[in-house]
Design a binder for this molecule. Structure first.
Ligand code: HEM
Length: 494
């Protein structure tokens, strides 16, 4: 393949196997072989991909079946592609198992072009407006925090020292923020409707990424098989469609254009405005809204939930850092009111600790795949049109060219000599360029308010007598920490 026609001057990479290319178990052994047969300490897909950069250079290629994939590693290479060549590298590939669900609409997997641009611009501006005014999400996040704290304490008392599993509680609190944003309401974590919709969305992702349903990418007709995960996938999609369509219909029937309650209302108002302006071919319609809502749930829940979980885990593993965060919170906020966004600027160490966790535990480590929309020359190589581009953000955050001692957990690296926050340009958990995360501001708000509110109230430690969880995590669609439990003790009010 590498010698043939359009693939002549492509970036170097391991030799692909017939039919399967370099994936499906062949990738990791390739990294092993090149290390003189010595196993790396920690061989996951992420370390294997990062290790291949040491062998082939920071821009290398792989084949996923017959699909050419170029992996970009290190800060310079990722920035060069996404910031300096945005017109070429901002498209998204058409991945059959995903396109079947998204119809290439919404924002996350929409092709780069005018429709994506208009939809993203509108949703981005709407999300920004939720930071302010009467639709502000701050009180909503704080209300969720109060419920979360009460539940954590209750379960901690019940568990008799074994520790509480924080996953479902944090997941519920974060999902409720998206529910408030999109559905205009919060749910009690035990609410059956809430449990059902979250369960369906999690199952849809699980099936489409981690089951034989991935074979749809090779043979798309498999999607219609009347049994097994294929049948289940179609049923789950039907259930999600019924739920979201009902939500949209309820919003339409109760819409008051003068008093929008949430993003769905604002989108419906935009549809009316475009109709009134005679925009007949506008992409703003209820069908598109359906996919936008789906995107916000998918992009905005697991990512932020895992970021909070990783932070709790690191705080329990590094009690000295936890001490410093709590000392700063005590000094700036005290214990009688919740931390608020206006405190953020006065809590540099707390922010630095959160950022350092995000640096090491990159929750979207391979970003979302990009695609070259035309054949181009990049850093001496030819990248053919249609090549899938994988920006390896994990490698950027461990790039020794820009980080001192990159594998060490050290929040102080984000502080300057005067103790002020130093936001480094090569800190890119939300990606770079035109496709940079649309929810960055909201995610930072949730992370700061939730983490600071929890650390203000509680001391977190790992239960005694259990080995600490590995920091390698589990890589599915996002990088989640391996399951762990924490013991929670309330810090006194004085
Ligand atoms: C895209 C990270 C939370 C909405 C992305 C990308 C990354 C990312 C790496 C891909 C960028 C690229 O393709 O180059 C994160 C992290 C989060 C987070 C680390 C939490 C800590 C959120 C939230 C929302 C959101 C809360 C919305 C409510 C989106 C959307 C996209 C996206 C819509 C697609 C943007 C596009 O294709 O134009 N995110 N995200 N994300 N994110 Fe996030």
């Amino acid at each position: 393949q590498r010698q043939a026609g359009i693939y002549k001057n492509i970036p170097p990479g391991p030799k692909p196997w017939p039919v399967v290319g370099n994936f499906g178990g062949f990738l990791v052994p390739a990294a092993f072989r090149k290390n003189n047969g010595q196993p790396y300490k920690d061989v996951s897909v992420l370390t294997a991909l990062t290790t291949l950069a040491k062998l082939y250079g920071n821009v290398y290629s792989l084949f996923l079946g017959s699909q050419l994939v170029v992996v970009l590693n290190g800060y310079e290479e990722v920035r060069d592609a996404l910031s300096n060549h945005p017109e070429v590298f901002s498209d998204r590939p058409d991945i059959p198992s995903i396109s079947i669900m998204t119809k290439r609409k919404g924002i996350v997997f929409a092709p780069y072009g005018p429709v994506w641009r208009k939809q993203r611009k509108f949703c981005h501006a709407t999300l920004r407006s939720f930071g302010l005014g009467k639709l502000s999400l701050e009180p909503c996040i704080q209300r969720g925090l109060l419920a979360l704290k009460a539940e954590l304490l209750r379960l901690n008392e019940e568990c008799g020292g074994a520790g509480v599993d924080p996953f479902p509680l944090i997941g519920n609190a974060i999902s409720n923020v998206i529910c408030s944003l999109v559905l205009g309401r919060r749910f009690h974590h035990g609410d059956p409707e809430f449990r059902t919709i979250l369960g369906l969305m999690a199952r849809e992702l699980e099936i489409s990424v981690n089951s034989p349903a991935v074979l749809i990418n090779a043979v798309s007709l498999l999607y219609y098989l009347p049994f097994g995960v294929f049948k289940e996938l179609r049923q789950v999609e039907r259930d999600i469609t019924v739920f979201l369509k009902r939500i949209i219909a309820n919003h339409r029937e109760t819409l008051d254009p003068e008093n929008p309650r949430d993003l769905t209302d604002m989108y419906l108002i935009e549809i009316l405005a475009q109709q009134a302006a005679g925009e007949m071919d506008s992409s703003f319609n209820e069908d598109y809204l359906f996919y936008v809502i789906g995107d916000l749930f998918v992009a905005g829940t697991d990512t932020t939930t895992n970021s909070v979980l990783w932070t709790l885990l690191y705080m329990a593993l590094y009690p000295d850092v936890q001490d410093k965060v709590q000392a700063e919170l005590d000094e700036v906020v005290g214990r009688r009111r919740l931390p608020s966004l206006t405190d953020k600027g006065s809590l540099p160490f707390t922010e630095a600790a959160i950022m350092e966790v995000q640096r090491l535990a990159v929750v979207v480590p391979l970003s979302i795949p990009h695609m070259a929309s035309e054949t181009t020359e990049f850093r001496g190589y030819t990248i053919p049109k249609g090549t899938v581009i994988v920006p390896n953000l994990y490698s950027v955050h461990r790039d020794p060219a820009v980080w001192d001692d990159p594998d060490t957990f050290n929040p102080k690296r984000f502080l300057d000599d005067e103790g002020k926050l130093d936001k480094k340009e090569f800190f890119v958990p939300f990606g770079i360029g035109r496709r940079v995360c649309m929810g960055e501001k909201l995610a930072k708000m949730e992370l700061f308010l939730t983490v600071s509110g929890l650390l203000q109230a509680f001391r977190f430690r790992l239960p005694e007598g259990k080995p600490p969880p590995s920091l390698q995590g589990r890589f599915g669609l996002t990088l989640a920490p391996s399951p762990f439990t924490v013991c929670v003790s309330a810090r006194s009010e004085d």
